[in-house]
Design a protein around this ligand. Sequence first.
Ligand code: FE2
Length: 495
Amino acid sequence: MKKFILSTVSVILTVSLFICCAPVSLADDSALPDPAAPFRIHVTVNGDAKTEKGFCWYTADETDSLVEIEGVDAANIAYEDVFEWEGNYCHKAKATGLEPGREYTYTVGSKDVRSPEGRFVTDDGDDSINFIAVADVQASSAENFEKGADTVKAALAAMPDAEFIINAGDFTNDSTNEEWDLYAKSFDPINLSNTLVPVAGNHDGLGVWDWFDNMFSLDTSESVQTRNGVNYSFDYGNAHIAVLNTNDLLSISLAQLKWLKNDMNSTDKDWKIVTMHKTPYTLGKDGKWPDALYLQKSLTKAADECGVDLILSGHDHQYLRTKPLKGNKLSDDGTTYVLLGTAGSKRYEVRKFLAGSFMKTEFINTLIIQKNGYGNYWNGSDFNDTKPENIGGCFNTINIKGGELTFNSYILSDEMTDENGERLVTNTDTFTLTKETGKNKATFSGDNTTSELEYALGVIPSLGALAAYAFGIWLPKFLFIVPRILESVIVDDTF
Ligand SMILES: [Fe+2]
């Protein structure tokens, strides 16, 4: 009898276990993503911002490519061949013939599997623009990608009518499939409905050329060739914006400087803006290396020559705005340089040993450190004025209206909340640039492409110029600050 009861109980248990587990197992299977489902979806400025857009997305399985834009003829969409990249399949497309100043809804994917519906707007061509700029999410964990995405969501809440988002590079830390997938999980919902202007960071392709190029559909038809990133430019409203790759030949090659000058001299737009990952002016940990100083000596000269108004960069995970500079001197009609702060969680302290040598402190208008325990604010004399609301992710909004450009920088506090219990957003810096419009004239009209051969031939003089700077200018300066670097390592544990 005991045996009978035991076996009956065991049958009942087995059956209930099967009944309980079967739906779980089915639910697990159904939770697996469809291998034909599109992910890492990016809509980008690609060519004429009034009438064209680029699309790039991935699928785990090889599928056909299909972009559907409401009200747009299928004939207006051109596809590149699908290709395998690091175990997934990359799809790229470009839409042309769009109407200026219009909002569109769209989906990407294949005939069988579609993405959720996204939206984008085209440039209306007038002299009013709103856009967002962030940098250095540089995450490797799901938690930190989510924190970076929170910062961008806060930016979109602060500027809901932003027409595009500049991401000044370092999307991920190690540029692996796993990291780009985590990035996609947090950022796809944002990217689906916002046009991106991507800038290549030094972490976006570490050791694997073409990672960055294979994430976005960009117009590089008239561009200088580089390996680990992309250079391109476009008009938006009354601004001309050039995107530089600073991962090639240390930070910038002679070919790129020539390209930038020709590019900026080919526009008569009122505002000239450059965005790139590495920064010439910084008090962060990367300011001590030759690439930053080389940008100070080379890029700034090019910016002076073609009247660039604003340079937006990343890389050094702090916010620093210079006063207008020309010829590496204070000048009212010079260029304003902004190191955009980090939208992510990796934040750098002030490296005091750079002050006065690598970074002249009289150039600094505003410096904001987002690091735990610091929250420093540069007020002209003090590095250590702690402001806890400065500890969080940084985002920036830019509004151009005719001859006025208004820039605002914000911090989304990690922990502090406002009266409604929402995470505190603090407007940490604001400035306005003004100019007389209609003054710029296009002085270059030739072909600005650089062939592979021209690029290859330019490598040696570029390296020569770099070596001359590195050994003639950087090394003596670096050796001079070595005692202060050592002191910083011993006393503050920072390098
Ligand atoms: Fe970087």
